[in-house]
Design a protein around this ligand. Structure first.
Ligand SMILES: NC(=O)c1ccc[n+]([C@@H]2O[C@H](COP(=O)([O-])OP(=O)(O)OC[C@H]3O[C@@H](n4cnc5c(N)ncnc54)[C@H](OP(=O)(O)O)[C@@H]3O)[C@@H](O)[C@H]2O)c1
Length: 257
């Protein structure tokens, strides 16, 4: 799908991958719709300066189901072509040390709001026979390691949801793009080190958000369904999927309770 001139809604657009993606869409002269938790005049200015056809801000806290419903209602008259479900939170550590409130909030943002937004915007896309839903999952959806139980569960849910939808949407004009995101140098990755390193030796391979969104751009333009990492993380992902005993052995070596 083309990016230029399209209406693109991005959650978590104020920093990290979402912000870099918004900038890339602006440079491609798209109509950029930002879902953020608070006004950010500097970001709007930056995107206008980068060449956006238009920039619209939608304030919503995705951990609040009613706020997501409200957002969907407001979006009914906007013909969104691409929905990028990107916002996410990280929880981790040994399960008994994690806060149940934080787990609930993370699941609400990472899973429920993603499903709710897709559910709300899909009928319009189907009626127009045009649309793309991009869901930001993670290598954690396949690479199971101790300390990552709750976050990995959320990202596996995103994989399952997107893959079912992909099959369901065949020949409708609406497609999906599943991101099996590797380590990206954002605030979340810095938190990964804080959260996991007490019990796990965490791999440190990362790429920049700007590099990653170039790959996402190519995947959109060429209508690819799944974007997986290459490099060392790509090999580790293959091991987790196809050589589980080997992956588990390596994980066991790096874990201490
Ligand atoms: N970085 C990585 O290594 C990595 C790896 C695999 C997958 N991912 C996935 O990539 C996505 C983006 O992560 P990132 O690395 O760019 O992280 P980030 O810099 O921490 O950004 C997270 C974004 O999500 C937004 N968000 C969190 N809770 C929200 C809520 N309740 N309502 C609205 N927005 C909320 C944040 O907004 P606020 O600023 O308002 O908090 C922020 O814009 C996430 O889904 C993450 O799981 C990242």
């Amino acid at each position: 799908m083309e990016i230029t001139g399209r209406h693109i809604l991005i959650t978590g657009a104020n920093r990290g991958i979402g912000r870099a993606f918004a900038k890339m869409c602006a440079e491609d002269k798209a109509n950029v719709h930002l879902v953020i938790r608070k006004e950010d005049a500097e970001l709007v200015e930056e995107l206008n300066a980068a060449g956006a056809k238009s920039v619209t801000v939608w304030i919503a806290n995705l951990s609040d189901r009613a706020a997501v419903s409200e957002l969907i209602k407001k979006l009914q008259d906007v013909q969104i072509d691409i929905l990028f479900n990107n916002a996410g939170q990280l929880t981790g550590g040994l399960l008994e040390t994690q806060s149940m409130d934080e787990i609930y909030e993370m699941l609400q943002v990472n899973v429920n709001s993603l499903i709710q937004l897709t559910h709300g915007l899909l009928p319009g896309m189907l009626a127009r026979k045009r649309g793309k839903i991009i869901n930001n999952s993670s290598v954690a959806a396949y690479m199971y390691f101790p300390s990552n139980s709750t976050y990995a569960a959320s990202k596996s849910a995103v994989v399952a949801f997107t893959q079912c939808l992909h099959a369901e949407l065949k020949d409708t004009g609406v497609s999906t793009l599943l991101l099996i995101t590797p380590g990206i140098k954002t605030r979340m990755f810095d938190k990964v080190v804080d959260v996991f390193s007490k019990n796990m030796e965490v791999p440190s391979e990362t790429i920049s958000p700007a590099q990653y969104v170039k790959m996402i751009r190519e995947a959109i333009l060429h209508d690819i369904d799944v974007l997986e990492p290459s490099g060392l993380t790509g090999w580790a992902l293959k091991a987790a999927k196809f050589a589980k005993p080997l992956f588990d052995f390596e994980v066991g070596r790096r874990f201490r309770r």
